[in-house]
Design a protein around this ligand. Sequence first.
Ligand SMILES: NC(=O)c1ccc[n+]([C@@H]2O[C@H](COP(=O)([O-])OP(=O)(O)OC[C@H]3O[C@@H](n4cnc5c(N)ncnc54)[C@H](O)[C@@H]3O)[C@@H](O)[C@H]2O)c1
Length: 329
Amino acid sequence: MNVSVLGAGAWGITIAQALADNKHNVAIYDVNKDFIDSINNGTHPFFTENKIENIKGLYTLKEALDFANYIVICVPTKYTRGLLKEVNTLLTNEKVFINVSKGIEPDTSKCVREIVYDEIDKKYIRGYASLSGPSHAEELIQRKLTLLVSASENKEIAKEVQLLFANGEYLRVYTSSDVIGCEIGGAIKNAIAIVSGVLTGVGLGENARAALISRGILEIERVVVAMGGKKETAYGLTGMGDLIVTASSYNSRNFKAGIAIGKGESAADAEKNSVQTVEGIRAIEAAYQIGKKHNIELPIINAAYSVVYENVDPIKAIKGVLSRELKAE
Ligand SMILES: NC(=O)c1ccc[n+]([C@@H]2O[C@H](COP(=O)([O-])OP(=O)(O)OC[C@H]3O[C@@H](n4cnc5c(N)ncnc54)[C@H](O)[C@@H]3O)[C@@H](O)[C@H]2O)c1
């Protein structure tokens, strides 16, 4: 198959490598020309110890779209709409769109599926799938065992994308029909991962982190269900699985940004100081707005919102959550 990956950052190059390992013809495009130069020279600035092979770096979006029938979207969500508007003006035939990014659009609180259907003319969409799950680029690029979920409302497309990515070596892929559940879970876990970092930043330990993960997944479930996803998806690879891997790892930029915030940095500075996009900061706002709109109880998200957007001291916010009325689990 011919596949083009849009976005050649940490995850884009990692996904491209997995596709190349599966013997697909793989092209990758990025607005950052230095990344493309580097890829064409057999390396990537984020993974200098890895050899990049059999991936064609392209300098224009048009070339990338003309090259493939499968288009993988891998840019931070704040850029997705702009990119897709441009994609729509350049398309000449139908494609399968595969989203591998995790986030909610700032301002609209829309997930990538909705942005694709907003911006791409229906006649150019043969199918849409979202590929998500517990996955650090730093591990998958080294071909370390990873499990993902290919979610599409169309069973055949979910299967097609499963077969595109899965290999018997290090990447196992399941299918799901719950696109909303997978995309919302993947986005909101970044919000909880920031909180996990904050707890570490203020000096709390593993007891607090385990408690946060257990209570945080409940909030993810509530948001998933409010948005029309399935409760059980929140407890699968794309929800609980991804939360575990993100909320406790120094590979996670969200966890690291949370630590900086816990140590007193502002959220804006923590975001600015991260080389890569910290999607969780926007996810906190999106989850907070969804909670208000649907009148759902999200004490952790609300406390995170107060710290990130209202400059409330993290210790005060934690005390606020703890001082709520005592109740049964
Ligand atoms: N890094 C991971 O381990 C990982 C794992 C799973 C999912 N994700 C998700 O994948 C998405 C991308 O993450 P990343 O780690 O690759 O981020 P990154 O910051 O490393 O890379 C993003 C890339 O997108 C490019 N870009 C921005 N706008 C563009 C446009 N209009 N056209 C083409 N390229 C454009 C940037 O130049 C950059 O190279 C995020 O939503 C993230 O949550 C990341």
